[in-house]
Design a protein around this ligand. Structure first.
Ligand SMILES: Nc1ncnc2c1ncn2[C@@H]1O[C@H](COP(=O)(O)OP(=O)(O)OP(=O)(O)O)[C@@H](O)[C@H]1O
Length: 209
């Protein structure tokens, strides 16, 4: 999959906030850095299809050549991970993951079991989220996003609450999975170490060519 931002420009009440014209290749991570309020989350919202009122968008967003600019969020099939991704506390890990899968699929249980095993969480289906460590919770959140089979992955500082070791682990797992699946990734971060690990281009939201 490729994600193309074709002369994408976003303004907030007339003030230019985002300007990007770039293509993100399969497995590539584009890192977006910039001061607080500079439009990083706004850029992700635009790609995802959840841009709030008051923002105007011009240009196009294409996934594998298909224009998705005006599609509703549920039809874009783009995955996102946030800093504070929460699991439903009253549901088991397995039930949390089941939310990502289309209903009625007969192989749901098998797919959940395989995904958990692959992430080093073999047999965690019936666990209560409250009993998981921070790293295990992050893995489940990542799995939940990936089980929906997104066509691109957006990361809004998802590693920033984790301590150093864990941060590195989850970050490596996320980038490796994106590479293995050929998913284009847009990473928003304040952390130069995240940017270094992403090993790709770094842009500001307002990137005047
Ligand atoms: N839902 C909203 N309604 C109105 N204004 C908003 C909304 N979301 C963001 N903004 C405004 O848009 C501008 C860009 O915000 P955005 O959250 O994209 O910045 P950011 O670079 O992600 O900041 P941070 O690093 O602090 O998360 C800010 O001026 C912000 O106040």
């Amino acid at each position: 999959m490729t994600l193309q931002l074709d002369r994408l420009a976003i303004a907030h009440h007339g003030r230019p906030l985002v300007a990007l014209d770039t293509t993100i290749a399969p497995g590539e991570v584009l890192t977006v850095m910039g001061p607080s309020g500079s439009g990083k989350s706004t850029l992700l919202a635009a790609i995802l299809g959840t841009l709030p009122r008051g923002f105007t968008l011009s240009g196009r967003i294409l996934l594998n050549g298909r224009d998705v600019t005006t599609l509703p969020v549920q039809d874009r099939h783009i995955g996102i991970l946030f800093q504070d991704d929460v699991l439903f506390p009253h549901l088991s890990v397995g039930a949390n993951l089941a939310f990502a899968l289309p209903p009625g699929r007969r192989d749901r249980a098998a797919r959940i079991a395989a995904a958990l095993a692959e992430a080093g969480l073999d047999g965690f289906q019936s666990r209560d989220p409250a009993t998981l460590s921070g790293g295990q919770r992050s893995r489940v959140a990542l799995l939940r996003t990936l089980l929906a089979e997104p066509r691109a992955l957006l990361l809004d500082e998802p590693f920033s609450r984790l301590d150093l070791d864990l941060r590195q682990q989850i970050r490596d797992l996320t980038f490796a999975t994106a590479r293995a699946r050929g998913l284009p990734v847009v990473l928003v971060t304040h952390d130069p170490e995240d940017a270094r690990a992403a090993a790709g281009r770094i842009v500001a939201p307002l990137h005047e060519a």
